[in-house]
Design a protein around this ligand. Structure first.
Ligand code: NAD
Length: 358
């Protein structure tokens, strides 16, 4: 069993902890928290050993009646690997702690790429993290994860000449009361490219990609408007077929009546997904179109959860525990990734309608 510690127990950390606990080959060493808030209470109720991320604050946990298993250093010492899910920039500060105990570490997409030996996306470059001299990996951001998963099969099957993406990004996560905008549409950043294109290049250094960012008053998901110029000219149906073979890509069929991110999240909750999580890229099937060699599509990305399977695979890759196919299959099976299979056999390809008044 791989002992996995999770440092930082917020949006990403609590999901990573649950995913680790569900794996047949992993054991959750514990989670480290800074404050005895509702999330600490929830961790204790789940039976997760809780460590004080900031030792001077340990008293606050005792005063709140929460038992600690120790301090974060104890967790780092015991774990075979630590997943650092602290806010952007704190991971880099924590790097010395992991080095001190020679504990391999996985960082998140809010950190600069140079925080780790490699940037990671399971489908695209699993083998890079499995290399013998690699001790640290950075799971790229939710948006970069979504783009990498999409580009990997397109590159392999057709070759990619140029990628252009406009990312319509949620202003904040549902729990982030301090984020915005509340009533605005912001070019964000106003300069081009946004950081997402260069971030995709940490996974695919040779991909020619331009990205533009927009921020909107929404919390549920991001939406990508994607144009990929391929090196071949497959039909739209062939591209749909290729994408539907990927377990972490879900082609949203028109017959479901799902017309936006609100219904996608509703669908996730109705089908019993924990926290309403959507680990898969959600690609609107009828948006998949070809104009010559130009592929167009819309995809939505659930920012809080698409990186969770990737963190689990990063653990196995970093310890050279399993090959990519085995790790991804185990992760998908234990979490229940793969909405596409729900619609096997009952899928009807529908001709897109012309439309719209906005
Ligand atoms: P979050 O604020 O929800 O959670 C971070 C947690 O870490 C909080 O509980 C915070 O109290 C705790 N923390 C702060 N300082 C700490 C320290 N020194 N030691 C231990 N814990 C500490 O943040 P998040 O959204 O989970 O983001 C974590 C990382 O994941 C960031 O790099 C972010 O960019 C990345 N990420 C976030 C999202 C998203 O949409 N939320 C998606 C993909 C990647």
């Amino acid at each position: 069993m791989i002992q996995v510690g999770v440092n930082g127990y917020g949006t990403i950390g609590k999901r990573v902890a649950d995913a680790v606990a569900a794996q047949p080959d992993m054991q959750l060493t514990g989670v480290a928290k800074t404050r005895p808030n509702y999330e600490a209470e929830a961790a204790v109720r789940k039976g997760y050993p809780l460590y004080a991320a900031i030792p001077e604050r340990a008293d606050r946990f005792h005063e709140a009646g929460i038992d600690l298993a120790g301090e974060v250093e104890d967790m780092v010492m015991t774990a075979d690997v630590v997943v650092d899910t602290t806010p952007s920039g704190i991971g880099a500060d924590n790097r010395g702690l992991y080095e001190r105990y020679d504990t391999p570490a996985i960082f998140q997409g809010g950190e600069d790429a140079d925080v780790a030996d490699v940037s990671f996306n399971a489908r695209s470059n699993y083998g890079n993290a499995a290399a013998a001299d690699v001790e640290t990996a950075r799971v790229v951001s939710c948006n970069t994860t979504g783009l990498s998963r999409l580009l990997a099969p397109l590159r392999e099957e057709y070759g990619v000449e140029k990628v252009r993406v406009t990312l319509v990004r949620r202003g904040g996560d549902p729990g982030q009361t301090s984020r915005g905008p509340i009533n605005d549409i912001l070019p964000d950043p106003v300069e081009i490219p946004s950081h997402h294109g260069p971030d995709v290049n940490t996974i695919f250094p040779d991909v020619d990609i331009d990205t533009l960012g927009v921020k909107v008053p929404a919390t549920l998901m991001h939406l990508h408007s994607v144009n990929v110029t391929l090196e071949a000219d497959p039909s739209a149906a062939e591209v749909r077929e290729l994408l539907s073979d990927e377990s972490r890509l879900f082609l949203v069929p028109e017959e479901t009546g799902i017309d936006g991110t609100g219904k996608l999240k509703e669908f996730a909750m109705d089908t019993g997904r924990p926290r309403g999580d959507l680990w898969e890229n959600c690609i609107w099937e009828n948006s998949v179109s070809m104009e010559g060699r130009d592929l167009y599509l819309f995809q939505s990305i659930h920012q809080e959860s698409d990186v969770i399977p990737e963190n689990i695979d990063a653990v196995r890759a970093l310890l050279d525990w399993e090959d990519r196919e085995t790790s991804m299959a185990t992760t998908d099976e234990t979490l229940g990734v793969g909405l596409e299979s729900l619609f096997d056999g009952q899928r009807q390809r529908v001709v897109p309608k012309s439309n719209s008044d906005d």
